[in-house]
Write a protein that binds this ligand. Structure first.
Ligand code: ADP
Ligand code: MG
Length: 286
């Protein structure tokens, strides 16, 4: 060994250093909010994207961390799939989407867009740690974290790596099956002592654009039943809207659409969210 060779850092030292970087970066962000559900396909990514853009339209400084490595959707929903984050001396610079919302998604960092990410738990935790340590978000009001379905490695890593989480937005659809699975996510949050800001019931109903009649296509009431059972807030009920799906495919968030009921309802959810978290301040009791 050369006499003056720098000492090689051990794994533990590297992890401690990264955790300190995460703490520093997170201290510049007022509210850190994961969007979660036990269930897949209920609209977590749709809600993350539209709430983020809605917050930004009200003057908030907002970013999204897409932590769904196996099914990243945020970049697609914001038309950012082909954007490549820049690397500076400060770290990885997020890409900017509509209303200046900053975004980091694995989708943007992979060379092969169509290749599946085949990773086991510890690798996912390390990638989440590294991204949280190295992405230069700057000063933010809100960081929304889009999670994959379930109660696996990603939500667990996020809860452990960001102890200052403000609280979770829990998403369900109105069906009994969704209710059954979302219960597990609620208990998961309780066990990890992460507050739940409230529940959003997505795809609640379909209102016929011609006759105005309301149809409950995916069942009814899961949102209310869950809020009652666990003493939680209902942040809102978002209708099933064909344009909501189309807007995701096109990368143009529906929340920016004018004269649109769905957009108005999402903005009401945004107002409720702002009221709840900004009144609670930094003491985490949401
Ligand atoms: N309220 C809604 N009305 C119509 N389509 C919706 C609605 N919410 C979500 N979608 C669509 O449903 C699909 C699943 O939503 P997504 O946000 O990807 O779910 P998750 O992230 O929970 O897996 C997407 O194609 C999305 O565009
Ligand atoms: Mg998703």
């Amino acid at each position: 060994m050369k006499e003056n060779a720098p000492a090689k850092k051990g794994l533990r030292e590297t992890i401690a250093e990264m955790n300190a970087m995460i703490a520093d970066k997170m201290s510049k962000i007022r509210f850190k909010i994961p969007v979660m559900s036990g269930k897949g396909g209920v609209g977590k990514s749709f809600i993350t994207v539209n709430v983020a853009v809605g917050l930004a339209s009200k003057g908030k400084r907002v970013a999204i961390f897409d932590a769904d490595f196996h099914g990243p959707s945020v970049a697609k929903m914001l038309n950012l799939v082909d954007e490549i984050p820049a690397i500076s001396s400060k770290g990885i610079i997020p890409v900017e989407g509509p209303m200046g919302v900053k975004v980091i998604s694995l989708d943007m960092l992979l060379e092969e867009k169509d290749a599946p990410t085949i990773w086991r738990g510890p690798l996912k935790t390390n990638v989440i740690r590294q991204l949280l340590a190295e992405v230069e978000w700057g000063e933010l009001d809100y960081l929304l974290i889009d999670l994959p379905p379930g109660t696996g490695d990603e939500p667990l890593s996020i809860a452990q790596l960001i102890p200052s989480l403000t609280g979770i937005i829990m998403v369900t659809i109105p069906s009994g099956v969704s209710e059954h699975v979302v219960k597990k996510a609620i208990v998961f949050a309780e066990k990890l002592k992460v507050p739940i800001i409230g529940i959003v019931e997505n795809m609640s109903y379909f209102k016929c654009p011609n006759c105005g009649e309301v149809y409950y296509l995916l069942g009814k009431g899961a949102g209310e039943r869950l809020t009652k059972k666990y003493g939680l807030r209902l942040l809102g009920k978002i209708p099933l809207d064909p344009y909501a799906s189309l807007s995701c495919d096109e990368g143009t968030p529906i929340v920016l659409k004018e004269n649109c009921d769905t957009s108005r309802i999402i903005l009401e959810v945004v107002d409720k969210l702002i009221n709840v978290v900004e009144q609670a301040g930094s003491d985490r009791r949401v």
